[in-house]
Write a protein that binds this ligand. Structure first.
Ligand code: 1CP
Length: 335
């Protein structure tokens, strides 16, 4: 929390995107026989899964175990998270009527989220809980494509060709994501992360015109809650200044952009990142050498939260992440 605000810290804090998940044997065991969305709606299970990596690694933050499509499911969108695939939407959104049929999110849609966050905050003690939501563009991609997509072609076709439908859809998702963050913070989450994982598919001009105002609306509402806002995307080396300007306190930087260059783009803000997630498969000394370079580079930022440049890869050896966490905690820059 101090690092997100640019205050002095005794060591650079560290957590990992997807720290709770398939890389952990205890996660695979507890999830056996329970579908993903069903797990997200079970407060006891959410609490346990969120705590697993905190216990194992001693990371400086917990990330709430949920998914960016959970709030859509909660308001009644017919979707499922298919193992090995990801979110699949039964009837993709095409028209204005399709958008208007999606209800707004009320806290009453997600009582199990409130309960899970409250229970977690009690169990976590001093470790902050990061709540999260999907940013409008990334969530729209699942709703318009009907599932995971590499090129987001249908989504961008709507953005370029049906501006009225696009605008309505982005407003709808922005409202849902902001309301979802409000529920998590009201229940005790200490910070929030807005995941715009697929924003890197956009040119800066298209991002600025068609996407940024809607992400800014979510971040503005989150800002009123008084918690630090982390804004993250993948392949966003050309968008970092805009993602910062959209209203972030901390900008998440993926591994393709050197941290020093990312810091130069985000202005007087903290940064998060950005070790290549495949480096945990390298020899330990190689991984740690690269982590040291990132820790050194991070000193130029207003604040630095160490993380991977994207989520933990499911086949990651948890012992490598344990070594990495300890290294970050013990690291003191030379000089
Ligand atoms: O059955 C399973 O185990 C499903 C795998 C899984 C898990 C563990 C999915 C399906 N989602 C999650 C949890 C999850 N999703 C978390 C909490 C855990 C943590 O971080 O420790 C978070 C923060 C997310 C967010 C999420 N979901 C994002 C943004 C983050 C990112 O990775 O860029 C995205 C894009 C999704 C969609 C999604 N959900 C699941 C999958 C496999 C995907 C990606 C599909 C695709 O490639 O498009």
């Amino acid at each position: 929390m101090r690092a997100t605000r640019g205050e002095e810290v005794s060591h650079t804090p560290v957590w990992f995107m997807r720290q709770a998940g398939r890389s952990l044997p205890e996660y695979r065991a507890i999830r056996e026989g329970t579908a993903m969305l069903e797990s997200c709606m079970d407060p006891a299970l959410v609490t346990e899964i969120t705590l697993q990596p905190v216990r194992r690694y001693g990371v400086d933050a917990a990330i709430f175990f949920s998914d960016i499509v959970l709030p859509l499911k909660a308001v009644g969108v017919d979707l499922d998270i298919k193992p090995g695939v990801g979110p699949v939407v039964a009837t993709p959104v095409e028209t204005l009527t399709d958008v208007e049929l999606i209800p707004d999110l009320e806290p009453g849609h997600v009582p199990y989220i409130t309960e899970a966050v409250r229970s977690l905050v009690g169990e976590l003690g001093g470790t902050p809980l990061i709540g999260f939501a999907g940013a409008p563009f990334t969530v729209a991609s699942y709703l318009v494509e009907g599932g995971p997509s590499k090129d987001h072609a249908r989504t961008k076709a709507m953005m370029f060709g049906a501006p009225d439908v696009w605008d309505a859809l982005m407003r709808k998702i922005a409202d849902i994501s902001a309301a979802y963050l409000e529920v998590q913070v009201a229940a005790g989450a200490s910070a929030v992360q807005l995941f715009d994982s697929w924003a890197g598919a956009l040119t800066p001009d298209d991002y600025r015109e068609h996407v940024m105002p809607h992400s800014a609306a979510v971040l503005e509402r989150a800002g009123r809650l008084g918690v630090p806002r982390i804004h993250f995307g993948v392949g966003t080396g050309n968008l970092l200044s805009l993602m910062a300007e959209a209203g972030a306190d901390v900008v998440g930087i993926d591994w393709r952009t050197p941290l020093a260059s990312g810091i130069g783009q985000v202005g007087d803000r903290a940064v998060q990142g950005n070790l290549d997630p495949t480096l945990v498969f390298a020899p330990t000394e190689v991984m740690l050498q690269r982590a040291a370079q990132i820790l050194d580079a991070g000193r130029a930022a207003r604040g630095h939260v160490f993380n991977l440049g994207h989520g933990v890869i499911p086949s990651t050896d948890p012992d490598q992440l344990a070594r990495l966490t300890d290294f970050v905690h013990e690291y003191r820059p030379a000089g």
